[in-house]
Design a protein around this ligand. Structure first.
Ligand SMILES: Nc1ncnc2c1ncn2[C@@H]1O[C@H](COP(=O)(O)OP(=O)(O)OP(=O)(O)O)[C@@H](O)[C@H]1O
Length: 230
């Protein structure tokens, strides 16, 4: 996936100001930055939820504005908030996703993913009654379900317990192993550095650093990251 000069404006607010991203097959990139830096807005454009004001987003050589449906098919997107139907169960969410994508034999994978995320017992409970962490876990399951070529996870670890974090890391590893490009937006630098090879730091809608994730590991990484935020 390649993003060139992405610009997103909401009225007078310039949420994203000319970001470039290259996400490689089989690798994960962490999207970091303070509140309001433009991470979720970037993810929303890549997930096909909002159009870019300017710039180019290419997924497998297809431009999002000219063919948004193909790009949506190729991506799996876990939004930072929302995305779940309160009156539907996890199983119904997966069933709908499978039908829309004409997936054959989806039931085994659905069951396996729900169990990996310890949602097996809740498979037939409406999501309106879910805790925050359960909702996050289901959103990751839904993003990864159809084994997309681009996996977009916006705050996947937020409020998720250690077993859920482990399952999410596993989903990221599986996606990389089958050659997907993964983008993870998060405030949890340590977890991001465990899962990602590359890191991109945003500030005020622009990229302030693009680096090897190793550079942001541990105490030295925390200091380096802090310095980029000021
Ligand atoms: N729909 C919208 N209308 C107006 N302004 C918006 C809209 N969505 C985002 N913004 C603004 O765009 C900027 C970037 O927001 P965004 O949600 O992308 O940041 P973020 O890096 O994801 O922050 P956080 O870490 O708090 O989730 C902020 O100033 C925000 O107020």
């Amino acid at each position: 996936m390649r993003v060139r000069g992405l610009w997103v404006r909401f009225g007078s607010v310039e949420a994203v100001r000319g970001i470039d991203i290259v996400a490689y097959a089989g690798r994960a990139t962490a999207l970091l930055g303070r509140n309001g830096a433009g991470k979720s807005t970037t993810m929303r454009v890549l997930g096909g939820v909002i159009p870019p004001t300017a710039g180019e987003v290419l997924v497998d050589g297809v431009e999002v504005r000219s063919d948004p449906l193909t790009v949506k098919r190729a991506t799996g997107y876990c939004p930072d908030v929302g995305g779940l139907v309160p009156r539907a169960t996890p199983w119904e969410h997966l069933q709908l996703a499978a039908r829309l994508r004409r997936m054959e034999g989806w039931e085994t994978r659905a069951q396996d993913l729900l169990e990996r995320f310890e949602l097996g017992d809740a498979a037939h409970r409406v999501t309106g009654g879910f805790s925050h962490g359960m909702g996050r876990r289901l959103s990751v399951v839904l993003a990864a379900f159809h084994q997309p070529g681009v996996l977009l996870l916006d705050e996947p670890f937020d409020g998720v317990d250690p077993l859920g974090v482990e399952a999410t890391q596993q989903v990221i590893d599986d996606a990389k192993a089958r050659g997907a490009a993964v983008l993870v937006s998060t405030h949890l630098r340590d977890l991001a550095m465990e899962a990602c090879e590359d890191a991109l730091v945003l500030r005020g809608g622009s990229t302030v650093a693009s680096m090897d994730a190793d550079a942001l590991v541990g105490e030295a990484g925390a200091r380096a990251y802090r310095a980029l935020l000021d």
